[in-house]
Every structure is written in C-alpha cells, then in structure tokens.
Design a protein around this ligand. Structure first.
Ligand code: NAD
Ligand code: ZN
Length: 247
C-alpha cells in the first residue's frame, strides 16, 4: 500500500468523523458515537425540525456552545495528510467533517472540499448572511436561546449540511471533478453510509480507480476495495505517508 501511495500521481482522499476521534471529537456511528449512544438524536436534528421547532434550535445552540470543535487540535492523521501534500501527489481532501481540522493541520484550503460545510461559520437561512461562529456564541452565553439574524431577524444555523438539506451543487461538482482525475482514492475514517459522499467511492470504482479503505469497522465498500486497513488512523496514516515520501 505504501508503494501505491508513493507511485500514484493523483491521490484523492475522502475523510469522515473517524479521522477526528483521536482529537477528542466523537464520531456518529463508531462504538463511542453520538448516535450509537443516543439513536434518537439523528431523527431530531433534521433540517425540517430545525426550521419548525424553536426547542430543537435551542438544543442545537447549546450543543454548538459545548462543541469539542472549539478546543480540538489536529492529530497525527490530519498532519500526515498535510505532509503528504508536499509530495505533490495529493489532489484533494474531500471531507465530510465540519470541524476545520484539516486546515488547522496545514492542508491547503484550496485542496480541502468541505462536503457538509463548516461548524466554524454561522449562516442566516433567510438572507444568507454568513459570519464566523465565535461572533454569535457569546449571545448564547449571555442567555439568548435562539438568536436571530442581526441583519434581517431570520433563523441562524451553523453553515453545515443537516439531514434533509441538500449539498451545494458547486461542492458536489468540485468533489466529482477531483475524483474523476484520481488514480488512487482513499476513504479514511468514514462508515461510508452517508450519500452522496459515499457515492464518490462508486464513482471511483466505475472509473477503474484503485480504492483503499482505512476504517476501524467494516464498510459497505470493503469488498470493492483493493485493500482495507482496520488500524487506528493516527498510527497507520503517518506510516503510509512516511513510506511514500522521499527522505
Ligand atoms: P461515522 O460516524 O458514520 O463513521 C466513522 C467511522 O470511523 C466509524 O466506522 C468508525 O469505526 C471509524 N473510526 C473512528 N475512529 C477511528 C480511528 N481512530 N481509526 C480508524 N477508524 C476510526 O462518520 P462519517 O462516515 O463521517 O459520517 C458522519 C457524518 O457526521 C458526516 O456527515 C459528518 O458531517 C458528521 N460528523 C462530523 C464530525 C466532525 O466534523 N469531526 C463528527 C461527527 C459527525
Ligand atoms: Zn438574515
């Protein structure tokens, strides 16, 4: 596998929550996952419920205030991808994560495609006004339960894609274009159960691109993969990148 990493000319990675668990951010479906522990959460925090129910928004704001994203540091897995970029072989980091840790680890913003948006920004669902999230969180700390847009009074939400919300077309296009040009596609820390993100694996397979899966638990794509590694990402990814980098 290290040889594949060393010889590929255009590598595209698709990362999921599993690359950030070693930074202290729980995933959704792993053994310590948010939904594994509280299955009801995934049905509650849909886009439709968020729009319709002030109580859901109140809970979402409390969760944003308490989010581990604000204190999390990138780990060896994120840093390995930033290092691998220096070989010139990495074409894109397509991430389902909303935590911004790839950029924090040094991955070039131009290479990172945030398929599901970012928790670090807040957007007005009515007028589209977008601002850094830390500007709004003090309003929650000061006692507001459901802060309204300061421009138009509309509903505010993190700039993330919730269930029931469509991905931005330009983001899907960027991900597909990167995948089209890849000769190695590596899925890292994702259960590959969320579409359209997981569908990028189908796209890679259909174009004859070698697929590698790095994930602790089995995924629906393991059978189609050229190789599957179940070791912790923070251990295995730095080793692969080191073996592939000129000294
Ligand atoms: P998931 O929770 O469905 O799957 C994560 C996978 O990573 C699991 O199969 C787990 O076994 C594996 N994993 C966890 N830690 C690992 C480690 N150290 N080494 C190897 N494997 C490990 O996550 P998903 O597929 O990304 O889908 C979840 C959705 O939730 C995404 O859409 C994402 O937007 C969102 N989410 C994001 C974050 C984040 O930004 N960090 C965190 C939770 C959820
Ligand atoms: Zn507004």
């Amino acid at each position: 596998m290290a040889r594949w990493f060393a010889e590929a000319e255009a590598v595209v990675v698709l990362t999921g929550a599993g690359i950030s668990t070693e930074s202290g951010i729980p995933d959704f479906r792993g053994p310590q996952g948010v939904w594994t522990k509280n299955p009801a959460a995934q049905f509650m925090f849909t886009y439709q419920n968020y729009l319709a129910d002030p109580e859901v928004r109140k809970q979402a704001w409390q969760a944003r205030l308490a989010s581990p994203v604000w204190t999390a540091e990138p780990n060896a897995g994120h840093r390995a991808l930033a290092d691998y970029e220096r070989t010139g072989r990495l074409r894109a980091v397509l991430t389902q994560n909303i935590d911004g840790l790839h950029q924090a680890a040094g991955s070039s913003p131009e290479l990172v495609v945030e398929l599901h948006g970012t928790a670090r920004e807040v957007v007005c669902l009515d007028c589209g006004d977008q601002n850094p999230m830390p500007g709004t969180l003090p309003r929650i700390e000061a006692g507001e339960e459901d802060p309204a847009c300061l421009e138009c009074g509309g509903i505010l939400k993190s700039a993330t894609i919730s269930f029931g919300q469509e991905l931005l077309p330009e983001v899907i296009e960027a991900a597909v274009a990167a995948t089209r040009g890849a000769d190695l596609f590596v899925a890292i820390g994702t259960s590959l159960g969320v579409y359209p993100a997981a569908g990028l694996c189908d796209y890679a397979i259909a174009h004859g691109t070698r697929l590698v899966v790095l994930n602790a638990e089995p995924t629906p794509y393991d059978e189609d993969a050229s190789a599957v590694l179940r070791q912790p990402i923070g251990e295995v990814l730095p080793r692969l990148v080191q073996a592939a980098s000129p000294v």
